[in-house]
Design a protein around this ligand. Structure first.
Ligand code: BES
Ligand code: ZN
Ligand code: ZN
Length: 470
């Protein structure tokens, strides 16, 4: 999106316009007639008003407060306006918001940019999207550029997650990430099947047995100048490019949307790329194990025992609990870099969706010295409205994944499924560990505000904000 900061001539409407005004300053809003001002004042609770100045529209949003919730409402209103503008085939839009706060104005621009995404690779008739925003608002060039970098990274994340399984397998996903890393000067190493075999990553190889395609393991490293000796933050993401459930095949329509089961890997790659674009002062590594999970004559089965990268043995109870197996190897592999914090992002459990729905992330922590990381993450959750809720990691849950014939089993008896999955992962971490179950938020089958339809990119804004606080 091309954004230009400049004064707008309010004497005439010569393009589509969005006006953002404070609740108490509606009477000063340019563009509006006295009648329109009093109407907007009387209905200031309405999400937004659209006034026709054919062939253009004038869209008025009233900013209520200067709080994260109110900024979120502005982003949502922006998304609904964007949707209308697409129908009108608008390419250029003016934003007039000179009197509001910087945060309110930024929320408006961000909502417009983020909603201006469609996955249309397979559409013959593509929608026309906005191309240019002309902005008069108290926002700084630099802040706009930072935000745009995050949005671009989110859009790349959405493209990967939306891509179909026939096109995006472990090999092509790894290739695409490597290409992006090269473009951004990020170090990238792609471990291929034979290297994964030599490393004895039994979890990743076990899940991959049923696949026609090879597995991949991608390692990214972003080292800002002067940070070479700092312990990295390890971002670990689940990269199941398609989850059929394996031999415990998913019934009925439960398989649908499972192309999004690599959203954790995409989120972590995109978070690292956003940090690199914005030159954040934090040493980051990403560990992204990739394969699909399919049944075949050679597929791993319930009753098998896998020997993981770190030597832990795992009894397979259900081949559909595959994400934790590939993540366990990735976490264990990251230990050699002695990270100061390991964060996992994974579409890991249906139980997370049943517990909190699609409104936020289920988070767990273990081996953290105190609550500081989690508090900061929660703070970022509130600021970005990508909210997280902490689940307990009580010791008792560890009993649920003890096996009679191996060190662990890959799932428990069904209670607290999100936590037992988190407990399973924590077993492989040696350093402070935070796990984010993004199953509820990574993919929206129906339109969801500025996240749109399909892959949301949820988590990138959250983690980018968090990385600036530590
Ligand atoms: N990828 C799924 C989890 C999932 C479900 C993500 C719905 C997004 C939406 C995961 O691999 C899975 O199948 N988990 C099982 C675990 C069970 C077998 C212990 C689940 O949640 O049912
Ligand atoms: Zn599964
Ligand atoms: Zn899965």
């Amino acid at each position: 999106m091309n954004i230009q900061l400049q004064k707008i001539d309010v004497s005439r409407v010569d393009s589509h316009v969005v006006i953002l005004v404070g609740k108490d300053t509606i009477s000063q809003a340019a563009f509006l007639t006295p009648e329109e001002k009093s109407f907007v004042e009387a209905h200031s609770d309405t999400e937004f008003h659209t006034i026709s100045r054919l062939p253009y529209t004038l869209n008025v949003i009233v900013a209520k407060e200067d709080t994260p919730d109110a900024w979120h409402s502005i982003r949502c209103a922006a998304a609904n306006i964007q949707k209308q503008l697409v129908k009108l085939e608008a390419k250029s839009l003016k934003i007039w918001a000179p009197e509001v706060s910087e945060k309110q104005a930024m929320a408006l621009v961000e909502g417009l940019i983020l909603s201006n995404y469609r996955f249309q690779t397979y559409k013959n008739k593509k929608e026309t999207l906005l191309e240019t925003l002309i902005v008069e608002a108290p926002v700084k060039e630099k802040a706009l550029a930072v935000m745009q970098n995050v949005c671009v990274s989110m859009d790349e994340c959405r493209d990967w997650v939306n891509e179909i399984p026939m096109v995006l397998n472990a090999e092509t996903f790894a290739q695409q990430i490597a290409r992006k890393a090269e473009e951004l000067g990020v170090r990238c190493e792609v471990l291929e099947q034979t290297q994964i075999q030599s490393l004895k990553m039994g979890g990743l190889l076990g899940v991959n047995r049923g696949s026609e395609d090879e597995a991949r393991f991608v390692v990214l490293e972003y080292t800002p100048e002067g940070m070479e000796n700092e312990a990295p933050i390890a971002l670990v993401g689940k990269g199941i490019t398609y989850d059929t459930g394996g031999l415990n095949i998913k019934p009925e329509d439960y398989m649908q949307e499972m192309k999004s089961d690599m959203a954790g890997a995409a989120t972590m790659a995109s978070t690292l790329f956003a940090a690199a674009r914005n030159q954040l002062k934090v040493h980051l590594m990403a560990f992204l194990p990739m394969t699909d999970n399919r049944p075949s004559g050679n597929a791993y089965a319930a009753d098998d025992v896998l020997k993981m990268y770190d030597g832990t043995t795992v009894e397979i109870i259900n081949t559909d609990a595959e994400g934790r197996l590939i993540l366990a190897d990735a976490i264990a592999y990251s230990n050699q870099y002695n990270p100061k914090l390991v964060i996992t992002a994974a579409t890991l459990t249906g139980a997370a969706v049943r517990a909190i729905g699609t409104y936020g992330i289920a988070a767990m922590q273990e081996k953290t010295p105190d609550n500081t990381y989690m508090e900061k993450l929660m703070g970022s959750g509130i600021q970005t409205h990508e909210r997280i809720v902490e689940f307990p990691m009580w010791k008792e849950y560890e009993e649920h994944i003890k096996s009679e014939i191996a060190d662990l089993k890959n799932c428990g008896p069904g209670q607290a499924g999100t936590v037992t999955a988190g407990k399973f992962l924590a077993h492989f971490a040696k350093n402070p560990f935070i796990h984010l179950d993004i199953a509820g938020v990574a993919y929206y089958p129906k339109w969801e505000t500025f996240y749109g339809v399909g892959a949301s990119g949820f988590g990138v804004r959250l983690l980018h904000d968090f990385l600036q606080t530590i």
